[in-house]
Ligand binder design. Structure first.
Ligand SMILES: O=C(O)CC1=CCC(=O)O1
Length: 258
């Protein structure tokens, strides 16, 4: 399904149970990355999984793009769906978008769950370099490295079919969408603004996450006033997949409290 504003999404579960849970994924993903959450949450919740701009079925940006622009697109999608309040769950780039949405639209964000994300994803140069590489060599050229950061080696060895599926998903991401999103990540820096986030916030990290290691999650939890932190063992960057039960239980508890 496509909203009038152009972001593709899918909606599952019980639409009568108040504010929906909105899922925003990482760089190089489409909304299928949230399959473990859709399976675990939709029995009792209204769940909306979104393709970020230039990802999945959402159109690729035709100009320079910022995380604030992505958050505006998500806000427009929610408005088009008549959603006035939502529980926002974002992982990595989706988590940056979720922070920005909480800052720009505090009344819309009932709760925030930030998974394996950061206030700043390191120095800009590697992201600009990655954008350039993708424009020359295509997203598929990065897929092996990306998926290696998503899972612990133990999980990857035991679940080769999942790893193959995720690699194919990354490879299928539009080159321009991926590159523009890298540039958005390069420019993203919420460090000075985190103290203004008013939404009750759950920060979840993976103990083995090399892309956004636990110190990033500690910083977010230290700076966001109404927040708590959970670091999961046996999880790399895609903690929502590898530790699906723990992540789903934490989200359900967080949402139920608010
Ligand atoms: O692809 C990576 O290196 C990890 C990552 C950082 C931001 C994001 O969305 O994924």
């Amino acid at each position: 399904m496509t909203a009038t504003v152009g972001l593709a999404y899918e909606r599952h579960g019980q639409q009568t149970h108040g504010a929906p849970i909105v899922l925003l994924g990482p760089l190089g993903s489409d909304r299928s990355v949230w399959q473990p959450q859709i399976a675990g949450l939709a029995a009792a919740h209204d769940v909306i999984a979104v393709d970020l701009p230039g990802h999945g079925e959402s159109p690729a940006p035709v100009r320079t793009y910022t995380v604030a622009d992505i958050a505006d697109d998500v806000a427009a999608l929610l408005a088009a769906l008549d959603v006035t309040q939502a529980h926002i769950v974002g992982l990595s780039l989706g988590g940056a978008t979720a922070q920005q949405l909480a800052l720009a639209q505090p009344d819309t964000v009932r709760t925030l769950t930030l998974v394996c994300t950061a206030a700043r994803f390191g120095a800009p140069e590697p992201w600009v370099d990655r954008a350039q590489k993708v424009r020359v060599e295509a997203t598929a050229s990065l897929a092996d490295g990306v998926v290696e950061r998503w899972f612990t080696s133990t999980f990857a060895q035991r679940n080769p079919a999942i790893v193959d599926r995720m690699r194919a998903m990354v490879s299928a991401t539009s080159d321009e969408g991926y590159a523009a999103s890298c540039e958005a990540i390069a420019a993203f820096d919420s460090r000075a603004n985190l103290g203004s986030i008013s939404a009750p916030t759950l920060v979840i990290g993976g103990a083995a996450d090399s892309a956004t290691p636990p110190e990033h999650q500690r910083f977010l939890a230290d700076q966001i006033p109404d927040s708590r932190l959970q670091i999961l063992d046996h999880a790399a960057h895609l903690a929502s997949y590898e530790q699906r039960s723990a992540v789903n239980a934490a989200v359900i508890e967080h949402v139920a409290e608010h």
